[in-house]
Write a protein that binds this ligand. Structure first.
Ligand SMILES: C[C@](O)(CO)[C@H](O)COP(=O)(O)OP(=O)(O)OC[C@H]1O[C@@H](n2ccc(N)nc2=O)[C@H](O)[C@@H]1O
Ligand SMILES: Nc1ncnc2c1ncn2[C@@H]1O[C@H](COP(=O)(O)OP(=O)(O)OP(=O)(O)O)[C@@H](O)[C@H]1O
Length: 280
């Protein structure tokens, strides 16, 4: 029995500019998206009937029925498969958890069956983050998520990801936006010759969902305040619709030390030091 396993990395929005709203209610975005060294693992093999098992340290509360996005992905691919999902990412965390899992499932089933990958537009029914998660590489994401421009050559970043353990529902955060028409990022983006230059530029960009996410889950403010005072923290920002926030550091040792301090101080939080945009 052939089993295909695919890594489903965490999706991190280094910027997230909300530039408008469509008639269908979805928002136009302009986002610099990178992927982390931590993620879920999706394993698929052919079966008579679809089935799903969910394991891993972050499996609690994740749907194990047809509502799981990996099962929706299998239905989109029209393949009956046994799927095993190993969860390492918190759900409803702004890390594209379910979306990355769905994208990994699509990729694994395409390899298992030889089917072509669906177009970005066809993947949106699984989630707005699925097209960028299918590429699993640094990109500028626009439209509602279907317009994905790969950005090779960006410097890698040493980061600490922190999630306070409370789910944040994406729809509620978008609904809480005060302004829905905000400036996009510059086009084209500058050439970044160093990590320091990238971080300095990022400081001038935004995540427009921070304010409504904080309104929905005020503990996010505490995550920001805690990250900001860790030694060597160069930038803090929320990823996606939250509640995960990230801090950027100059090197792996500084990031790892900050993660250790934070995890000791907040044992119930999910804290991970990782590399973003690692050279593929
Ligand atoms: C916030 C981001 O994670 C940034 O990468 C994505 O835009 C959201 O991606 P996602 O979690 O896959 O979102 P979906 O599950 O497709 O949509 C959840 C809800 O978020 C809102 N939504 C999502 C994407 C978008 N461009 N505009 C929206 O207004 C819609 O109300 C939608 O019903
Ligand atoms: N494979 C999955 N992993 C985690 N949650 C899932 C999955 N499939 C469906 N869900 C459901 O989707 C909800 C949203 O979880 P998900 O991890 O997709 O949010 P998110 O994508 O991290 O948020 P954002 O889009 O802001 O990055 C969860 O609360 C859960 O009930």
């Amino acid at each position: 029995m052939t089993t295909i396993e695919v890594f489903a990395p965490a999706k991190v929005n280094l910027t997230l500019h909300v530039t408008g709203q469509r008639a269908d209610g979805y928002h136009a975005l302009d986002s610099l998206v990178v992927f982390a060294g931590i993620g879920d693992i999706v394993g698929v093999s052919r079966a008579e009937e679809p089935s799903l098992t969910v394991g891993g340290p972050m499996a609690a509360g994740v749907p194990t029925d047809r509502g799981n996005l990996v099962m929706k992905a299998a239905r989109l691919m029209d393949v009956a498969a046994d799927i095993h999902l190993e969860k390492h990412l918190p759900a409803a965390a702004g890390l594209g958890g379910g979306s990355s899992d769905a994208a990994a499932t699509v990729s694994a089933l395409a390899r298992l069956t030889g089917q072509p990958l669906p177009d970005a537009g066809d993947l949106l029914c699984l989630g707005a983050d699925v097209p960028v998660c299918l590429q699993q590489s640094t990109a500028r994401m626009r439209g509602v998520g279907e317009d994905v421009t790969p950005l090779p050559g960006l410097p890698e970043l040493h980061a600490v990801l922190v999630n306070p353990g409370l789910p944040v529902m994406t729809q509620q955060v978008f609904a809480g936006l005060a302004d829905r028409t905000n400036p996009p990022m510059p086009d084209p983006l500058p050439e970044f010759t160093s990590t320091a230059a990238l971080i300095e530029w990022l400081a001038g960009m935004r995540n427009d969902l921070e304010a409504p996410a904080i309104a929905a889950q005020p503990v996010i403010n505490q995550v920001f305040d805690t990250l900001k005072v860790t030694p060597g923290c160069l930038l803090t920002r929320m990823s996606g619709s939250g509640g995960t926030c990230f801090g950027l550091y100059g090197d792996a040792e500084t990031a790892s030390s900050a993660a250790g301090r934070l995890q000791e101080a907040y044992p119930s939080w999910w804290v991970v030091a990782t590399v973003l945009n690692a050279a593929n």
